[in-house]
Design a protein around this ligand. Structure first.
Ligand code: NAD
Ligand code: ZN
Ligand code: ZN
Length: 359
C-alpha cells in the first residue's frame, strides 16, 4: 500500500474548529491539512456531532483535564477515507466510516481487546480521545491513528452515523452494563433527554423489554423522549421521585441512567431506585452523592461510571442503526456556524444532536 491520495498535501490548508485556550469560545481557523504516515488514515469529514462534553471541555479550568489546548474539537466523526499511510492494510480510499474515538495506548491488554475506553494507561495518555486533547473532526479532514479505529457505515447518512460514535455508543455501553437488571417487568429511568438520552431510550426500547420513564427540565425534551419511545415522561420537580415511584407500583425503578449527573439528579436516582437497583452516572454535571453505611442509599445499590464504549459495541450500534432501530434526531449546521451551534447547545435549544458538516 502506498501513501497516496493527496500530492503535496503539506502545502494544503483546511478549516478546523479550534480550542485555543481554556474558557475561550472555539474559533474557525485555517490549519495545515495532515498527511497520513505509517498506519495512519486520513478521513474526509462528512459530519461531526457536537456533544455537551465539548461545552464542558471549552469551559474547563486550566489543569482540570489531563490535556491542553490548542487542538481541534470534534469527537463524533463520520466521513470517507481520503488517503492512507504506507503501512495501512485493509481499508480502501472512498470507504465510508465512523471513527471510534476513545483512542488508547494501543499496546495494553484492554486496547488489544478493543476496550480502548478502559485503556490501562488512560491516566498517562495526555488525551481522552479524538477531539479531546488530540485533533478532532470539526474540520475538513481528520487524521486517525489506525484503520482499526474505523467502523464501516455503508450508506448510513453521515449526520446519523457521527452521533452514533459517542451519543449512541456511550448510551449502548451504559445500558450493556445494566442489561442483566432490565428483564421482563422491569422499569428503567432516563434522566436528561438530549443527544445521549434520546438514543438511550431508543436502545432500551430496541434491546430490552423494560418500561422506560424519562425525566428532564425541558418540555421539548419530554416530547423528544416520547418520540424516542419512552412510555412516560415527567419534568424534574420536587415531587418527581414520588411520581416515578407511583409509575412502578410503589416498588421503585430497577435502573437509572443519569445523563445530567448533578447533585439533584443523583439524589433523585437514589430516591427512586428499588433495593438492588442499578445507577449508571453518565453525565458530567459535577454532582455528588454520599456513599455511607449505614446511610440513605437503597441496599444493594450498584453504581457504574461508564466511559464511552468499546469497538465491538460501536459495530453493534452501527448495525442497530442500519436495521432501522435507531433514529438520531439532528439539527444540521455548516462548519462555519460552529459558534452558533455551541451557543444553542449551551442555551438548551438543540433538539437531539447538533451536527456540523462541511460548508
Ligand atoms: P445534551 O445537552 O444534549 O442533553 C442533556 C439533557 O439533560 C438536556 O435535555 C437537558 O435539558 C437535561 N438536563 C440538564 N440538567 C438536568 C437536570 N438537572 N435534570 C434533568 N435533566 C437535565 O447533552 P449530551 O450531549 O446528551 O450529554 C449529556 C451528559 O453526558 C453531559 O454531561 C456530557 O458531558 C456527558 N457525556 C458523558 C460521556 C461518558 O462517556 N460518560 C459521553 C458523552 C457525554
Ligand atoms: Zn461526547
Ligand atoms: Zn491501552
Amino acid at each position: 500500500m502506498t501513501g497516496i491520495g493527496l500530492t503535496r498535501a503539506w502545502t494544503v490548508n483546511m478549516r478546523a474548529v479550534r480550542l485555543t485556550a481554556w474558557g475561550r469560545e472555539p474559533t474557525l481557523a485555517e490549519v495545515e491539512r495532515p498527511v497520513p504516515r505509517e498506519a495512519e488514515v486520513l478521513v474526509r469529514v462528512e459530519a461531526a456531532g457536537l456533544c455537551h462534553s465539548d461545552v464542558h471541555v471549552v469551559d474547563g479550568a486550566a489543569g482540570a483535564l489531563p490535556y491542553r489546548p490548542p487542538f481541534t474539537l470534534g469527537h463524533e466523526v463520520a466521513g470517507h477515507i481520503a488517503a492512507l499511510g504506507p503501512d495501512t492494510d485493509g481499508p480502501v480510499i472512498g470507504d465510508r466510516v465512523v471513527v471510534y474515538g476513545p483512542w488508547g495506548c494501543g499496546a495494553c491488554a484492554r486496547c488489544a481487546a478493543g476496550l480502548e475506553n478502559y485503556c490501562d494507561r488512560r491516566s498517562d495518555l495526555g488525551w481522552h480521545g479524538v477531539g479531546l486533547g488530540r485533533d478532532g473532526g470539526m474540520a475538513e479532514y481528520l487524521l486517525v491513528p489506525s484503520a482499526h479505529h474505523l467502523v464501516p457505515i455503508g450508506d448510513l447518512p453521515a449526520d446519523q452515523a457521527a452521533p452514533l460514535s459517542d451519543a449512541g455508543l456511550t448510551s449502548f455501553h451504559a445500558i450493556a452494563g445494566l442489561r442483566h437488571a432490565l428483564g421482563e417487568g422491569t422499569t428503567a429511568a432516563v434522566i436528561g433527554v438530549g443527544g445521549l438520552g434520546h438514543l438511550a431510550i431508543q436502545i432500551l426500547r430496541a434491546t430490552t423489554p423494560s418500561h422506560v420513564l424519562a425525566v428532564d427540565i425541558r418540555e421539548e425534551a419530554l416530547a423528544l423522549a416520547e418520540w424516542s419511545g419512552a412510555q412516560f415522561g415527567t419534568l424534574m420537580k420536587p415531587d418527581t421521585a414520588r411520581v416515578l415511584r407511583t409509575r412502578t407500583g410503589g416498588v421503585g425503578v430497577d435502573a437509572v441512567l443519569d445523563f445530567a449527573g448533578t447533585t439533584a439528579t443523583l439524589e433523585l436516582a437514589a430516591e427512586v431506585l428499588r433495593p438492588g437497583g442499578e445507577l449508571a452516572v453518565v453525565g458530567s454535571g459535577g454532582g455528588r452523592l454520599v456513599v455511607r453505611k449505614p446511610g440513605a442509599l437503597p441496599p444493594g445499590l450498584r453504581l457504574a461510571l461508564p466511559f464511552w464504549g468499546t469497538i465491538p459495541e460501536l459495530t453493534e450500534v452501527i448495525s442497530l442503526a442500519r436495521s432501522g432501530a435507531l433514529q438520531v434526531e439532528t439539527e444540521h449546521f455548516p462548519l462555519s456556524a460552529a459558534p452558533e451551534a455551541f451557543g444553542r447547545l449551551r442555551q438548551g435549544r438543540v433538539r437531539g444532536r447538533a451536527v456540523l458538516g462541511p460548508g
